[in-house]
Design a protein around this ligand. Structure first.
Ligand SMILES: [Cu+2]
Length: 125
């Protein structure tokens, strides 16, 4: 039986409606190993949603498993530290940045995808 995608999107949107909780994903954060981490974009999610890294260079190996185009930007406030152009469905790419200690946001900047659930965090310690 096919997975009802619209229900998944609604559930994610509901989770976003509780920003103070910050626990849409209860699994432990994914640790960057050897400066690399795999990220999967879907309609409408970023997985893993929480990533931890040591200061330094990090390369995100990104694949779009969704049915529409997606991007990944890693932001510190308004500043983009790493990012890639729009990935069409099935496409993959990499984004590399140099990260100091701090808290960063992962986001797909297309349409209202962030509101639909395409957001996450990178914590560098
Ligand atoms: Cu998107």
């Amino acid at each position: 039986m096919p997975r009802p995608r619209h229900l998944t999107a609604v559930a994610l949107a509901a989770a976003v409606a509780l920003p103070a909780a910050g626990c849409a994903d209860d699994s432990p954060p994914t640790r960057v190993r050897d400066g690399r981490v795999k990220v999967t974009l879907d309609d409408f999610s970023i997985a893993p949603q929480r990533i931890r890294a040591r200061p330094g260079r990090v390369t995100f190996e990104v694949v779009n498993r969704g049915a529409v185009g997606h991007t990944l930007r890693v932001m510190r406030g308004e500043r983009e530290v790493a990012g890639l152009k729009t990935l069409q469905p099935g496409a993959s790419g990499t984004a590399t940045g140099r990260f100091a200690k701090g808290d960063y946001d992962l986001v797909c900047v297309l349409g209202n995808h962030d509101v639909l659930g395409m957001y996450g965090t990178l914590t560098v310690r």
